[in-house]
Ligand binder design. Structure first.
Ligand SMILES: Nc1nc2c(c(=O)[nH]1)N[C@H]1C(S)=C(S)[C@@H](COP(=O)(O)O)O[C@H]1N2
Ligand SMILES: [Mo]
Length: 523
C-alpha cells in the first residue's frame, strides 16, 4: 500500500516535471503548475481575501507553486493506491487530473488552447507510463512461498515464480527505482522552471530609448531630498520598487503585435501602437502609488518618476460619451480596474498612461509596455500594468478584478505615515537618535508629520518639501533617548488639514487605517 502510494506520487512528479520541461523548452506551452495556481488565486472566496492578498508578494508566489505541487502529489498518492488495486481506476484519476490542469491552462488569457491540451496530454502520458513501471516493481503482499519439500521433490527446475524472489531485494529494487525517478523529477522540473523563468524576465526587456519628455521635471533640490540612516529614498529605484500583481509569471508583451484600444462610450474608438504612444507628447511626473493591502508600517508603497502620455489627451482624442461615468483598464492578462471618469478628468490631477519609470522603459514586472498611473488611487482600482484597453462605461456596468472579492469599489489612498528608523524592537544606545520615515496622502499632499514618544505630546517632525501633492515626503525628528523601553508613534496631516486616524485596522476592504507605532530598547 505504501509502495503504491509512493508510486502514485512519483508518477505525478514525473507528470509535473514533464509539463514544466515542455513549458521551459517550447515557448507558448504553459506551465500547468502556474495555470492551477492562477486559477486558485482567481477562485479565492471573498473571505480568504486577506490570506490570499499576502500571497501576491514575489516570495509568496513561490509558496503558491509549492502548495499546488504538494496538493497534486497528495492526491496522486491516492490515485497510486487505487491503481495498485486496479490499474485502470488509478489511470482514470490521472486523466481526470490532466483534464483539470488543461482546463486551468486554457482559462489563462495568455495561453492558447492547443499547446495547453497538448502539454497536459503528454504530461499525463508520462505520468501513466511511470505509474505502470513503478507499480510493476512495487513489492506486493507476500504470496505463499513454494513449499520447500515440493521443490525438492520436483524432478526438474520449476518455472521461476516471482513470489520466491527475496522480499528484501524486491523492496530494495523498488526503492532504487523510486529514488532514481525522484532525482529525474527534481532535475527535469527545476530545469524546466529555470528555462521558463528566463523566458519571463522581470526587469527591463526593451532596448527602446524613450523620447525626451515635452516638459522634463526639474532636478530635485536639497530641501526636497532628506538623508538619514535607514531612511527610505525619496525616489525608489526601479529594481527596488514594490511589486504586486496576480501574475504568477510576468506577462511578456510582444511590442510588434501589442496595441492599446480606447473603446466603449466614446465618439471615436481608437487604437494606439507603442510607437503611436511614444510619438505623442510625453510628460513626466513623480507619483507615489500604494497597495490597498499594505498594512500599517508596511512597504507596499513607493514613489518614482513616471513618464507617459496624459490620459486626458487620449480621452480628448476619443471624445468621452455622455454618461460615461467609469474608466475601465484591462490588462493583457485579463486583470481589470475601474475608477470614476470624474477622478481622471478633474483639473487637479494628471493621470498618465505611463511608458517609463525613472526615464527607462517600464520593466516587465511593472507593466511594460504601458500602464495606468492615476494619482491618489490605490493600485487595485487604477494602476493597470500590461495595459491593453481603456473602456469608457458606467460605474454600474463593470466591477474591477478585486471588487467582487470584497475590496471597496472606490479606492482613494488613505493618509499614512511610517517609521523607517529605528526599526521595531531595535536595541539602541542612549543619546541623540535621528528618528525618520516617510508619510503620504496622494493626491491631497502631506502638510505635516508629528511624533509622539511614550504617548507624550505630539512633536512636529521636519519634513522634506513635497515634490507635489501626488508624492510622499520624508521626515526626521531628533530624539535624546534615555535608557529603557520606549514607544514611538507617528501621524501625518494631509493638505486639507485632516489628521490621520489613530485606530489601526486591517487593510480590507479599503486600506489600513491607523498610526504606525514601534517599541525600542535603549541601553
Ligand atoms: N495587470 C495587472 N495590473 C496591476 C495589478 C495586477 O494584478 N495585474 N495589480 C495592481 C495593484 S493591486 C497594485 S498595488 C499595483 C502595483 O504596481 P507595481 O507592481 O508596479 O508596484 O499594480 C496594479 N496593477
Ligand atoms: Mo495593490
Amino acid at each position: 500500500m505504501w509502495a503504491a502510494a509512493l508510486a502514485g506520487s512519483l508518477a505525478a512528479g514525473v507528470a509535473i516535471a514533464t509539463s514544466e520541461l515542455i513549458a521551459g523548452l517550447i515557448p507558448g506551452a504553459p506551465s500547468l503548475v502556474i495555470a492551477m495556481g492562477s486559477v486558485a488565486i482567481a477562485l479565492q472566496p471573498p473571505g480568504a481575501k486577506d490570506v490570499m492578498t499576502s500571497l501576491f508578494g514575489t516570495n509568496d508566489k513561490a509558496a503558491l507553486n509549492v502548495l499546488v505541487i504538494a496538493a497534486v502529489i497528495v492526491i496522486a498518492a491516492g490515485a497510486g493506491v487505487a491503481a495498485g488495486r486496479r490499474f485502470r481506476a488509478g489511470a482514470v484519476l490521472f486523466v481526470l487530473f490532466g483534464v483539470v490542469a488543461a482546463l486551468a491552462a486554457v482559462a489563462q488569457p495568455l495561453v492558447a488552447p492547443v499547446p495547453a491540451v497538448a502539454t497536459a496530454a503528454v504530461a499525463v502520458g508520462a505520468g501513466l507510463v511511470s505509474l505502470h513501471l513503478l507499480l510493476g516493481l512495487a513489492p506486493r503482499a507476500p504470496l505463499p512461498a513454494a513449499p520447500a519439500a515440493a521443490v525438492a521433490a520436483l524432478p526438474t527446475e520449476p518455472e521461476w515464480n516471482p513470489a520466491w524472489e527475496s522480499p528484501e531485494w524486491t523492496r530494495r529494487r523498488f526503492l532504487i527505482a523510486s529514488a532514481t525517478t525522484l532525482g529525474g523529477v527534481v532535475v527535469a522540473g527545476s530545469l524546466g522552471r529555470l528555462l521558463l523563468d528566463t523566458q519571463h524576465p522581470e526587469g527591463v526587456v526593451s532596448t527602446t530609448k524613450l523620447p525626451a519628455a515635452l516638459m522634463p521635471v526639474a532636478a530635485l533640490t536639497a530641501d526636497e531630498v532628506l538623508q538619514a540612516p535607514g531612511l527610505t529614498p525619496l525616489v525608489i529605484a526601479n529594481d527596488q520598487f514594490y511589486r504586486i500583481d496576480t501574475a504568477l509569471e510576468v506577462p511578456q508583451v510582444d511590442i510588434s503585435s501589442w496595441s492599446l484600444q480606447v473603446k466603449g462610450m466614446v465618439d471615436h474608438p481608437l487604437t494606439f501602437s507603442y510607437d503611436d504612444l511614444l510619438a505623442m507628447p510625453l510628460y513626466e511626473q513623480y507619483v507615489t502609488i500604494a497597495c490597498v493591502s499594505n498594512p500599517v508600517g508596511g512597504d507596499l508603497v513607493g514613489n518614482t518618476l513616471w513618464t507617459g502620455v496624459r490620459l486626458k489627451d487620449i480621452l480628448a482624442k476619443a471624445g468621452v460619451g455622455q454618461g460615461a461615468t467609469q474608466i475601465v483598464g484591462r490588462s493583457v492578462d485579463g486583470f481589470t480596474v475601474g475608477f470614476p471618469t470624474s477622478w481622471a478628468t478633474a483639473p487637479e490631477r494628471e493621470p498618465l498612461i505611463a511608458v517609463g519609470m525613472n526615464r527607462l522603459p517600464l520593466p516587465a514586472n511593472h507593466g511594460f509596455p504601458a500602464r495606468l498611473i492615476v494619482p491618489g488611487l490605490y493600485g487595485y482600482v487604477s494602476a493597470t500594468k500590461w495595459l491593453s484597453s481603456i473602456e469608457l462605461t458606467t460605474r454600474e456596468a463593470v466591477d474591477g478584478y478585486w471588487v467582487p472579492l470584497g475590496w471597496a469599489k472606490d479606492g482613494p489612498i488613505l493618509t499614512q505615515s511610517r517609521i523607517d528608523f529605528p526599526t521595531s524592537g531595535q536595541q539602541l544606545t542612549s543619546g541623540s537618535i535621528q528618528i525618520d520615515g516617510v508619510a503620504w496622502a496622494p493626491d491631497r499632499g502631506v502638510s505635516g508629520v508629528e511624533v509622539s514618544l511614550d504617548d507624550g505630546a505630539w512633536q512636529s517632525a521636519t519634513i522634506g518639501r513635497p515634490i507635489s501633492n501626488a508624492t510622499w515626503v520624508q521626515w526626521l525628528l531628533t530624539w535624546t533617548a534615555t535608557t529603557g523601553r520606549h514607544s514611538i508613534e507617528v501621524r501625518a496631516t494631509d493638505d486639507t488639514g485632516v489628521v490621520q486616524t489613530s485606530q489601526v485596522t486591517d487593510p480590507a476592504p479599503d486600506g489600513a487605517h491607523g498610526h504606525h507605532r514601534i517599541f525600542v530598547n535603549v541601553s
